[in-house]
Design a protein around this ligand. Structure first.
Ligand SMILES: [Zn+2]
Length: 296
């Protein structure tokens, strides 16, 4: 099931490994989304060199960085954010780090990238990255910076998709990069191995809704640019599914019994196969039982 070097994307649908051309979607004069090299990468022009939020997969990195060089007219990447540790986001860390770039991530993301992760749900073991590829500028809560014409704010979203998820908000362009906290026409997956869970995913979606407005362009980890309406729709679905799953877990349902109960069936026509979503949600809930109302 797992494809070498590409993981499963982070939605419940497979995203094929890509060596095709990297597509560019402009979001203004100095901001663009580059897609087709693993997860989405968001580009910001700047006088010291390009800034990227996420760097695609290792397999797609060369094509991604070549496209960045083409659209920027500059070599290299001066700043790279990792929205979380997954391989579809951190594939350019080595190239950027080796060249002396600044790699910004939450402290937990650096911890995962610096250890072996046995991912039971991805059926894959992820080895530590070389030292040069590790984030070299970590934070715990939030931060801000100026890059070219963009004032950039970023912050941690606690335990949601993983325990190191961050948003990156390009204030002047009104672009909000959210990594895998928003899935397009798919169920968002909680990576319980690195402490993501559905309760935290709901909270993270709520926090993101408070940051954006009706005009905000939201860049998800995979797929086309979204709007606040899309994020609200996912949030509202997750609130309902979280509460249904809590209720069934309180009744003692196992993961297989949860699946048999079809708690997602009114969303499956849009979001596809719910199996991975439910299985991972069940594992995450089991890890957070004390935070569930009515469970002591
Ligand atoms: Zn992910």
């Amino acid at each position: 099931m797992a494809l070498a070097g590409t993981a499963l994307g982070c939605t419940s649908r497979l995203h094929a490994a890509t060596d095709t051309a990297v597509r560019v979607t402009a979001l203004g004069d100095s901001v663009a989304v580059l897609s087709g090299a693993g997860g989405n990468a968001t580009y910001v022009r700047g006088p010291t060199g390009p800034l990227l939020v996420d760097g695609g997969s290792a397999a797609g990195s060369s094509a991604l960085l070549a496209q960045v060089a083409r659209i920027s007219g500059q070599r290299g990447v001066s700043v790279l954010f990792n929205t979380h540790w997954h391989v579809d986001q951190t594939g350019s860390n080595l190239a950027v780090g080796k060249a002396g770039g600044r790699i910004i991530a939450h402290a937990n993301t650096r911890l995962w990238l610096n250890t072996t992760v046995d991912s039971t749900w991805q059926k894959q073991q992820f080895k530590p990255l070389p030292k040069a590829a590790l984030p070299n500028d970590t934070f715990y809560t939030s931060g801000a910076m100026q890059h070219g014409d963009q004032h950039i704010e970023y912050g941690h979203l606690l335990q949601a998709h993983t325990d190191g998820d961050i948003f990156v908000h390009l204030r002047d362009a009104n672009v909000l990069v959210v990594g895998d906290l928003l899935a397009v026409d798919a169920y968002p997956i909680c990576d319980y191995v690195t402490f993501g869970w559905i309760g935290g995913m709901v909270d993270a979606n709520k926090a993101l809704l408070a940051i954006c407005n009706a005009d905000t362009r939201i860049v998800p980890g995979q797929g086309p640019v979204q709007t606040r309406v899309d994020l609200q729709r996912q949030h509202d679905m997750l609130v309902i599914l979280r509460d249904r799953l809590y209720e069934l877990v309180k009744r003692g349902y196992s993961a297989d019994e949860l699946i048999a109960a079809k708690p997602t069936q009114d969303y499956d026509s849009r979001c596809g196969d719910p199996l991975l979503f439910i299985r991972n949600a069940a594992r995450g809930i089991a890890q957070h039982q004390r935070q569930i109302p009515g469970v002591v």
